[in-house]
Design a protein around this ligand. Sequence first.
Ligand code: T1G
Length: 700
Amino acid sequence: MTAEYQVHGDVAVITLNNPPVNGLGLATRQGIVDGLAKAEDDASVKAIVITGAGGAFSGGADIKEFGTPKSLQDPNLHSVIRALENCSKPVVAAIHTVCMGGGLELALGCHYRVGAPGCAVALPEVKLGILPGAGGTQRLPRVIGVEPALNMIVTGETVQSDMLAMIPGQKLFDKLTASKESLADEALAFARSVADARPLPLVRNLPCKHPKGEAYFQFARNMVKGMAKNFPAPLKCVDAVQAATTSRNFEDGLMTERELFLNLMMTPESRSLRHLFFAERAASKIPDVPSDTPKRDIKKVGVIGAGTMGGGISMNFLNAGIPVTILEMKQDALDRGIAIIRKNYEAQVKKGKLKQDKYEARMALLSTSLAYEDLKDCDLIIEAVFEDMGVKEQVFSKLDEVAKQGAILASNTSTLDVNQIASFTKRPQDVVGMHFFSPANVMKLLEVVRGEKTAKDVLATVMALGKKIKKTAVVSGVCDGFIGNRMIERYSQQAGFLLDEGATPEQVDKAIEKFGFPMGPFRMIDMAGNDIGWAIRKRRYVEQPDMKYSKTADLLCEMGRFGQKTSAGWYDYEAGKRDAKPSAVVLKMIEDYRAQQGIAPRKISDDEIVQRLIFSLVNEGAKILEEGIASKSGDIDMVYLTGYGFPIWRGGPMHYAGEVGLFNVVQAMKRFARNPHDDANAWAPSRLIVDLAAQGKTFE
Ligand code: T1G
């Protein structure tokens, strides 16, 4: 039973019990309606309490049901709320911990609400690209006022019950209990105290006006327009709340809300956000590693290398209150590294993002050393040394001698073979890749690279640790570039071919930035440093001789144009400035290269640019899925969202391909493969994408 019915004396109690968050799925909705009917028929019952078992009153409608017939099947949430309002006996919602979305709308349909302190209250539907669809936009303004309600609905942000109870004139909570523990008893007592109250109060009958009317809502729209440019839902939230103040009657307002809700449900933006809601949570689950796998206790972390990466990595653990020892070979390198960490924290203190005492507390957790022996009691040691297998061998051989038994030995390598690194130790089961993205203390993505021998408890430990240091951890198998960098390689390859065939760096960047990336490939590599890509390409020319590249990127590096750090890259930069100016020198280099290659430049459309860049990611992603390097397409989407700036409203490359239609993607890839200046191998469609396209399916 996902909604249990019990009678305590003269009060019936309906308890939502649908773990993990009492989502209002069909069975639960039916249970509420059945419970109300029982209470109505039982003459000894004078009042009714509705509450939630476990860690929530209710987290809202069951998002897992969206898009399935169940979500529309009666009793839908509207009819459950009507049943509450029409109940002839008082219904009291006893709210605790989490009361969100449809859960709050359910509570607003009750006659009274008793809340425990510290309860997280929200209408977060806008974060799923929709809006409250069961009366929330019509009832919340009536109980806390138009402006506080509009803020909550447009932002989807959570507000604590104690705060809401302090709003002057609020009618959301009829009573705030002393504690969560006393909620059950106090709710029963409250129900008895209103057992004979008539008429029963209905939120729908409360007035709802805003003194400034249209002027206020116009102001609200202007504010919202700026922040919502790629998401339609926030502006519709304003329309729905305005309807609460202008509709002839409550039912008309509900109708307006319903229409707006159903329209938003069908938008690609909402499908993307709902996909990502689950993809983010699914990323932490590893198919063959049970969620109850015992985890190793990480009380002390060692970081080898105090460079930009080592410093950033260390900060993640200091921020989580975990002591760190940074090891370097030379004192001046250590001093430089610590100075960078201090500078980063001091910048945050200056911006008011970090309190001085917190900064000092974090620095107190940091120790330094020039001797491996000082890492002997670390539970996790992460090396962030030079990206060279010889150096990795020295480090891991040494760690094998020094680290205590059971310590996890992690490499921050961005492309090297973690199995080979593990082979430098006698404990390959304790070796794993932890690939942070620069700047490591800012970027959310953490690729956890699973070696053939990596133990399951090591994986479980690192994934849980990833969550603790507020990273989005995604498991990758071992291949060149893991998930993110292997796919970006194809993306960069296409960017080069587009230059060969007639596009300019600026046109390519602008086209993909219009698609939604914060930075196109050329502005991005100018910021990261063209010499980094150069070194990787040189290695790849040897290891993968059949992979074709435009030589323009190498010619650029041979000109010493490494990007912002040399005030010249694909673009020109004024010293110390970041604005990218098209460079006549680079355009000439590209033209000369085309002539030398015998390529007659042609006009290339923005659509072709976007398709070739994005579909190159999709095809490589499909191969990564096929090879088992990634276990779920949602994991690949999370990598691209949190590590490479893929536009959220498009849901990630694999989700976006599903929106375009895999059949259309395959057709486009076949077209690109026929282009003599392109790399036909790169466009050889993966078996997976061809099979799914033939079945009319998506990667999900
Ligand atoms: N439906 C289904 N599953 C849900 C869920 C929901 N509403 N909320 C959470 N889960 C699952 C989640 O997938 C995960 O599953 C587990 O619960 C723990 O989640 C008509 C239509 C409630 C604050 O948007 O914000 O009501 O991975 O890891 O950190 O207007 O979950 O374990 O299998 O996030 O403790 C509106 C979304 C729905 C709330 C708990 N409600 N959820 O956070 O746990 S739309 C929401 C959250 C709606 C009406 C409309 C959070 C949480 P698994 P978790 P948490």
